[in-house]
Design a protein around this ligand. Structure first.
Ligand SMILES: Nc1ncnc2c1ncn2[C@@H]1O[C@H](COP(=O)(O)OP(=O)(O)O)[C@@H](O)[C@H]1O
Ligand SMILES: [Mg+2]
Length: 299
C-alpha cells in the first residue's frame, strides 16, 4: 500500500475511534445537568459529627425548597440510613450488580430527602476494577436528574476512599470539634488536600461549641497553622452548638432538625443552610455531578 493510502487509512481509523468514543461519552452524559451542586462532608477525626451534619443539612436544604440527595460514602462506617430512620436493604455497592438500577437503591427519608445507603462493615478499601467503575459511573450519573444538591457523607481521615471523594467534590465541608486532637486531624486533611489540588474550596464547620467565640478561636488556630506551613487559609461556614437534642434525636433515629426544630443545634443548621444558599459557591469552577463523577473515576 502506498504511503499516502496508509496514512489515509490511519486517519479514518482514528476518526472512527474518536467518533465511537464520543458516542459512548454522549450516552453516558445524556441529560446530566451541569448545575448540580456537589458538597462533600468530611473530617480528620472520626465521631465529630459528619453524619449528623450531612443528614440535617440535607433535610434543611430540602425544607428550603431544594431537591437534595444524600449519598453515604463512609465505607465501613456507613450510618446515614440509621439517622434517616428507615430500614434499607440496598446500598451503593448493589449498583455493581447487573440489573440493579439507581431507582432500586435510592430511598426517600425525612422531609423527602433522597438518599443512598452506604456500605457498612467493610474493612478493606473499595477496589473496583475498570468495568465496575464504569458501571457505577453510568448508573450514578443519573443522580443529577433527581437532585440539584448532592451531599456526600465521607469517612474520616486520610484513607484513599475518603480523599478521592473529597478531591472529586466541588465544595467540601470540613467538620471539626474544638478538641485539640480534632483540630490536628482537621489540619492534616487540609494539608493532604493541598498537596493534591490547588482548588480552594474547603470550608470549616465547627461542631459542639459552647459559645460563639469558640468557633472563631478554632478557625484562627487552624488558619495559623495552614498559613504558616501551607500558605493557605480556610474559611468558616458556620458552627453548631453542643446540644443534648442531637443525641436525643440520634436515639430516636431522627434528624434533630425534625425531632426538635427549635433547638439550638437546629437553629445553627438553618444558619448553615442560609449561608450555603445565599453565599457564593465555595468553588470557583463548576461542572456539577458530571465533573464529580469524572474526577472520582479518574477520567
Ligand atoms: N452538636 C452536637 N451536640 C451534642 N452531641 C453531638 C453533636 N454533634 C455530634 N454529637 C454526638 O456525636 C455523635 C457522633 O456524631 P456523628 O454525626 O455520627 O459523627 P461522625 O459521622 O463524624 O462519626 C452523635 O451521635 C452525638 O452523640
Ligand atoms: Mg458518620
Amino acid at each position: 500500500m502506498s504511503d499516502q493510502a496508509s496514512k489515509l487509512r490511519n486517519l479514518l481509523e482514528e476518526r472512527a475511534e474518536t467518533e465511537a468514543l464520543a458516542r459512548q461519552i454522549g450516552e453516558l452524559y445524556f441529560d446530566v445537568p451541569e448545575d448540580t451542586r456537589v458538597i462533600a462532608i468530611t473530617s480528620g477525626k472520626g465521631g465529630v459529627g459528619k453524619t449528623n451534619l450531612a443528614v440535617n443539612l440535607a433535610v434543611g436544604l430540602q425544607l428550603a425548597g431544594q431537591k437534595v440527595m444524600l449519598i453515604d460514602a463512609d465505607i465501613g462506617m456507613a450510618n446515614v440510613n440509621l439517622l434517616m430512620g428507615s430500614v434499607t436493604n440496598r446500598s451503593l455497592i448493589d449498583l455493581l450488580e447487573d440489573g440493579v438500577e439507581l431507582e432500586d437503591v435510592v430511598e426517600e427519608g425525612a422531609a423527602g430527602v433522597k438518599y443512598i445507603s452506604g456500605v457498612a462493615g467493610v474493612e478493606a478499601a473499595l477496589n473496583l476494577n475498570r468495568l465496575e467503575q464504569k458501571r457505577l459511573h453510568r448508573k450514578l450519573s443519573r443522580c443529577a436528574e433527581m437532585a440539584n444538591i448532592i451531599i456526600i457523607d465521607t469517612g474520616a481521615g486520610l484513607n484513599r476512599n475518603v480523599i478521592e471523594f473529597v478531591l472529586a467534590a466541588e465544595e467540601v465541608l470540613l467538620i471539626t470539634t474544638p478538641e485539640p486532637t480534632a483540630l490536628a486531624d482537621a489540619y492534616a486533611v487540609v494539608k493532604a488536600y493541598s498537596t493534591y489540588t490547588d482548588r480552594r474550596n474547603i470550608k470549616l464547620v465547627v461542631n459542639r461549641i459552647r459559645e460563639e467565640e469558640e468557633c472563631y478561636e478554632v478557625a484562627e488556630k487552624i488558619n495559623q497553622t495552614t498559613k504558616k506551613f501551607l500558605g493557605v487559609t480556610v474559611g468558616c461556614l458556620g458552627y453548631i452548638y453542643e446540644d443534648k437534642a442531637v443525641l436525643k434525636a440520634v436515639h430516636k433515629q431522627e434528624p434533630f432538625l425534625i425531632a426538635k426544630p427549635d433547638s439550638l443545634a437546629s437553629r445553627c443548621i438553618s444558619e448553615l443552610v442560609k449561608s450555603l444558599l445565599s453565599g457564593e459557591k465555595m468553588a470557583s469552577v463548576s461542572g456539577g455531578w458530571r465533573v464529580f463523577l469524572d474526577r472520582l473515576f479518574g477520567y
